[in-house]
Every structure is written in C-alpha cells, then in structure tokens.
Design a protein around this ligand. Sequence first.
Ligand SMILES: [Zn+2]
Ligand SMILES: [Zn+2]
Length: 127
Amino acid sequence: MKTCNVCGKEKSLDQFYGCGNNSPYYQSLCKSCQHEYNLNKRRMARFGITSTEYRILVSQPCEICGEAKGRGPGKMVVDHSIAGNYHGVLCHACNVAIGYLRHNPDLCERAASYIRKTRGESDVHAS
Ligand SMILES: [Zn+2]
Ligand SMILES: [Zn+2]
C-alpha cells in the first residue's frame, strides 16, 4: 500500500504509475490524480486559465438549469467555442442539450414551444 500525495488516500501499488522501466519506485500521486492532473494541464492550455481558476469555474451553478452542488467537477462543463473562447459553465446535460440544438437560439425557442404545446400550455409565440 502507498499513500497518494494529492488525494491523501491509501491505495494499492497497482493504482500508481511506476517511474520508468525497471524502476522500483512509484509516482507520488495515484493514477486517478495523475489523470486529473493531465486533464487540468490540457484545460489550462485550452482556456488559458489556471487549475484553480478552472476549479472555481466548475463549482459555479449551471447557467441554464442552475444545477450545481454535489455533482463533482466532472459533471460541469466549461462551454467554449471551437476557437477556445470561454462562454460559461454548464452542467453536462444542458451542454449536451444545446449541442443537439446546434447552439441555435431559434431551435431552442422552438423546442420550448414544442414542450409547452405537449403540456397543453398556451404558447405565447403561437398567437
Ligand atoms: Zn490520489
Ligand atoms: Zn444544466
């Protein structure tokens, strides 16, 4: 067993990467922390922000549905353009939803009208 320097959890050695061929030593952080670290490095390169800034961003509530707490950083998505410009923070579900609606406001409004119609609510846009 070995204790990870980052998450502080005690894990078996197969949860750690080795330090290269035939080395008896293991990395001081566990595989999941190593993955998180690598992801953070890529995010930082993409958004031009620090790991801490990223963590603050993904702890914000979703800008569409307001979902936030207790869902873990992986559940929140930093929305960005293809060029990498930062837009806002969304939960995974809302991000996927607007993706399917092609980030098109007209389609989103039509989707809203459709939902109102199926619920039998009067549609302010229809009349
Ligand atoms: Zn760890
Ligand atoms: Zn959401």
